[in-house]
Design a protein around this ligand. Structure first.
Ligand code: TXA
Ligand code: MG
Length: 327
């Protein structure tokens, strides 16, 4: 039986002893270890089955000083941190010496964020250091948004699961690279682009020079079922053409357009934030129900819709390990 509950002191003591603790954040659950300890961080990669060159995000308490974890911190990073933290924004900066080399996969940059979930903050305060944490799922799978998801994925491989209920945002943090001059959007996520651009100006798109990031490989965030991501107008035809057990994942109000739909209806909230909150649990539920094909309606790209669309497109992409970095 996996140990789980709300014991922050126990979770912090396990981190101090080099253990692995899954904990809730406002985005998804993280699989945490002491970011300053090579041996502890090595266990994350083992348990997740993640290639060691793929860097982890370091989570900090609200009181933490940016300069303890990063060097050459640009002014824009301070402004974004002041505006967005605690919250679903990860900043890529030049790595400070306190961060273990394993945490960043050997890279000279580090991803930092201050999560907004009260239990995450309590854990970070009780522990007193930085916590390196990827999403608490096996490599390539859908991120967990409840403690049950974590236990289902990682079982006894984690020393403790801090249970904080369902994650509010539901998709991972937005990642902005500030380590190479102008700000680059590496991953759309829980903080909408519009909110970041209001402070940072237009964000450049990731190009070939951007560091390899597993979350940016196709075939990530994929459930077992085949996902077909289409516009609302294409849903009916796609459902008609699909074979096997078919489900349609779409805003609740859209189903009135498809009276004769021969597929299981899985209505999501109509607003993008509601969709993000429900998305990963929906994909897991459809997998558990034995659905073969999920026809997913892509939302407009505004607000959290950009992150939802991004995850749906990736879920629809070719599966791991067929992508370029299988190792
Ligand atoms: O919301 C989130 O970000 C969640 C919660 C737990 O905080 N974490 C998360 O971690 O999604 P993970 O490891 O599943 O995804 C982190 C992404 C990866 O694509 C990783 O490559 C990228 O962040 N990343 C981390 N450090 C980086 C760095 N130094 N340079 C470029 N990308 C980095
Ligand atoms: Mg992940």
């Amino acid at each position: 039986m996996t140990a789980r509950g709300g014991d922050v002191a126990r979770a912090a003591a396990l981190l101090s002893a080099g253990g692995l603790v899954a904990f809730p954040t406002e985005t998804v659950y993280g699989l945490g270890a002491d970011a300053a300890r090579e041996d502890a961080v090595a266990r994350i990669f083992e348990v997740k089955g993640r290639p060691r060159a793929h860097p982890l995000i370091v989570h900090l308490a609200p009181e933490a000083r940016l300069d303890d974890w990063a060097i050459e911190v640009p002014e824009l990073a301070r402004r974004l941190a002041a505006a967005a933290w605690p919250g679903p924004l990860t900043l890529i900066l030049r790595k400070g010496p306190r961060v273990a080399a394993a945490t960043t996969g050997g890279a000279d940059t580090v991803g930092l964020r201050v999560p907004a979930h009260p239990l995450a903050q309590a854990l970070l305060r009780a522990f007193g250091g930085g916590v390196a944490a990827p999403s608490a799922n096996r490599f390539g799978a859908v991120s967990p948004t409840t403690a049950d998801h974590v236990v289902a994925d990682l079982g006894g491989d984690v020393d403790y699961v801090l249970d904080g209920g369902a994650c509010e945002v539901g998709v991972e943090s937005t990642i902005v690279d500030l380590s190479r001059g102008r700000p680059v959007l590496l991953r759309p996520g829980g903080m909408p682009r519009e909110a970041i651009e209001a402070i940072a100006g237009p964000l450049a798109e990731a190009d070939a020079r951007a560091p390899a990031a597993p979350g940016t490989l196709e075939g990530h965030y994929a459930p077992r079922a085949q996902v077909i991501a289409v516009s609302l107008d294409e849903v009916a035809a796609a459902a008609e053409a699909a074979s096997g057990r078919v489900a349609v994942l779409a805003p609740a109000s859209a189903f009135a357009r498809w009276p004769g739909l021969r597929a299981r209806a899985y209505p999501l909230p109509d607003d993008a934030a509601g969709m993000a909150h429900a998305l990963y649990a929906a994909l897991r539920e459809l997998d558990a129900a034995g659905v073969d094909v999920v026809i997913a309606a892509l939302p407009p790209a505004a607000g959290l819709g950009e992150a939802v669309g991004d995850r749906l497109r990736r879920a629809a992409g070719p599966r791991w390990p067929r992508s370029r970095e299988s190792e």
